[in-house]
Design a protein around this ligand. Structure first.
Ligand code: PGU
Length: 453
């Protein structure tokens, strides 16, 4: 509801004559009435046509809505979530105490002078240095000036879209983390939606299926400006090998493209043949931006801390620096990650913190392997789970929303339907390994009872 004067009422006249005029709570005022009239009406601002192109709500809130409706109908249901990839285990003690100290320091004059107030948009220097030391110094040439600390990977992905501007040709793995396509639509890269193919127009979907080892035929993306590539992949769990990463980098350099390489799960990689950062690959500095996150390593999903690497050598077509523009965007749209979260990040990268992250990640990896084994024993083909916290279960081409509903109805377990990650994901269901062990054991019992083939 807002207050409307006569001068604005005439502007609204045209819209008020439409079907929504029924929303008026009072009669429309006459032209020269001086009274304010409360109406529940539309503004004069036309809707962003890009927003209007989105087909549905964002995947995970939609699933949460279905879960809540199920619980309302079945109030005694003991729901277990293997749906959204949200961490369940507490943040390890050394990291929590790092954060607590960072918070306490803000209560002292000296501490506030050091880390209080607006910080550097690119993050505290010691944290940028430690990120380089822990993740890049051994096998890459990345330096701290190329690291931009942020409030997480999803936020950076959207801000990158802003930096590139509308009307780009974007390519995504299919299936892929839905934020790539949705942020592409919101930022004006797509031209429509094809109901038949379930694809947005002007977005290239690169199919990743068991038949190609979940590594796409890159030729499909030869006209793209920007390629989103996630390894280890969400949802399939496939990690790209060194040779596949080299193929991607060579392809992008040859075609003058920029790859947004999402390495949010790199810490989960155990296959020594899969690089943990794209910068292990020669030539990647001239074509790749890498997005990373503390979310799934240290339980920072709600705390919010990540980083993006933009190498100095990465240039736009006119020779200008991508790093410069990214810095400009971050200065405008972001005021630096929370200083308490950065205290947690510093602690996470200390020797003790690093060890505790390895333990947490190891715990989730064990969960993933237990789930994989369960479905294999039940007679399903199962992918992922080794280098990633996701298990990708093949339901023999069945409609994945139907399978999702069946699992929820029969077992009170929430999963994620493969179609939510793109049309090629249909026929599969994603199970997340982020779960307490006792809940996982109960989930496994329920699944074994209901889904024996
Ligand atoms: N990149 C990938 C590949 C992800 O799967 C996720 C989270 C993120 C980035 C986000 O990282 P932040 O640093 O926490 O922003 N994927 C989860 C959560 C989904 C969501 O978007 O809410 C998932 O279940 O796929």
């Amino acid at each position: 509801m807002f207050s409307m004067t006569t001068s604005t009422s005439s502007l609204l006249g045209k819209q008020l004559s439409s079907s929504s005029s029924k929303h008026l709570t009072k009669e429309q005022p006459k032209r020269h009435d001086k009274i304010n009239v409360k109406v529940a009406a539309m503004s004069n601002v036309s809707r962003n046509p890009n927003m209007a192109q989105l087909r549905a709500g964002y995947l995970f809130p939609e699933i949460a809505r279905i879960r809540n409706a199920h619980l309302e109908k079945n109030p005694d249901a003991k729901i277990i979530s293997l749906g959204i990839g949200d961490t369940t285990e507490p943040i390890p003690a050394p990291i929590v105490s790092g954060m607590a100290n960072a918070a306490l320091a803000l209560g002292t004059v000296a501490g506030y002078e050091k880390t209080g107030g607006y910080g550097s948009e690119a993050g505290q220097q010691p944290l940028r240095d430690l990120i380089v030391k822990r993740f890049y110094s051994e096998k890459t040439k990345i330096n701290a000036s190329e690291i931009f600390v942020s409030d997480g990977s999803k936020c950076d992905i959207s801000r990158m879209q802003q930096m590139f501007g509308p009307g780009r040709k974007v390519a995504v793995q299919d299936p892929a983390y839905p934020a790539y396509v949705d942020s592409s639509v919101i930022n004006g890269h797509c031209t429509g939606y094809d109901e038949k193919t379930k694809r947005y127009e002007n977005i290239v979907y690169m199919e990743c299926v068991p038949g190609n080892d979940f590594f796409p035929n890159l030729e499909a993306a030869k006209d793209a400006d920007i390629i989103f590539f996630c390894s280890p992949n969400n949802p399939t769990g496939a990690a790209a090998t060194r040779a596949q990463c080299k193929e991607l980098v060579d392809f992008a350099n040859k075609n003058g493209q920029i790859v947004i390489y999402d390495a949010a799960y790199a810490f989960y990689i155990e296959n020594p043949d899969c690089p943990k950062t794209i910068y292990e690959i020669e030539g990647s500095e001239t074509c790749c931006i890498e997005s990373c996150s503390f979310s799934k390593y240290a339980g920072f999903t709600g705390l919010r801390l990540g980083w993006t690497v933009v190498p100095e050598a990465l240039k736009f077509a006119d020779g200008s620096s991508v790093r410069f523009d990214w810095n400009r965007c971050m200065c405008t749209a972001f005021n630096g990650a929370s200083n308490v979260a950065q205290g947690g990040g510093l602690a996470a990268l200390s020797d003790e913190g690093w060890k505790s992250m390895q333990e947490t990640v190891g715990f989730y990896k064990e969960n993933a392997k237990m789930l994989k084994k369960t479905f294999e024993e039940l007679g399903f083909k199962v992918y992922g789970a080794v280098d990633a916290p996701y298990v990708w279960v093949d339901f023999d081409g069945r409609d994945s929303w139907e399978v999702f509903t069946e699992i929820l109805t029969k077992t009170d377990i929430v999963t994620t339907p493969g179609a939510g990650f793109g049309p090629t994901g249909d026929g599969f269901v994603r199970m997340s390994a982020f779960c307490h062990r006792d809940n996982l054991e109960t989930a496994i019992e329920r699944l074994k009872k209901e889904f024996a083939k």
